[in-house]
Ligand binder design. Sequence first.
Ligand SMILES: [Cu+2]
Length: 162
Amino acid sequence: MKTLVALVFVPFLLLVVAGCGGGSVAAEANRVKVIDAFITEGSMALAVYLDLDNHGRADRIVGADLVGDSAGLAAKVTLHQTAERDGLSVMEPTDGIDIAGETDGALRPGDAHIMLEDVSREVTTDDLVSLRLDLDRAEDMTIEIRVVTADDAVALLTKDTP
Ligand SMILES: [Cu+2]
């Protein structure tokens, strides 16, 4: 009798667990969207700025790396946070960049950004840079970063603060 009870209930429990887990993973996957990503043309060290749209819960960028044709373009890809040190604005490595839940967000100068370090060549507006973002909750995603002129970067970075 005990065996019969187990046989009846185990498949039922498995169904419930599978349905629940599968649903939440799928829903979480595409909640964070990158609307725009850009760097200013140049070489050596390039800061990546992002426009984000998060329709899900708060998340966190925990890593990033260049992929595809862009792999190896920079020796290092790091997450940076801007901080005040002795009255100076400096950027420091950080473990993660928080993305607020249920909101539009942006990575902007003076705040957090992704840094391409030791870029091996001049990156121009003809380039498109592929970057994988590692997220804490949502699935990792690959984004295309466009390269803009210094003037265009200023226009993009000032339009958000009317
Ligand atoms: Cu930086």
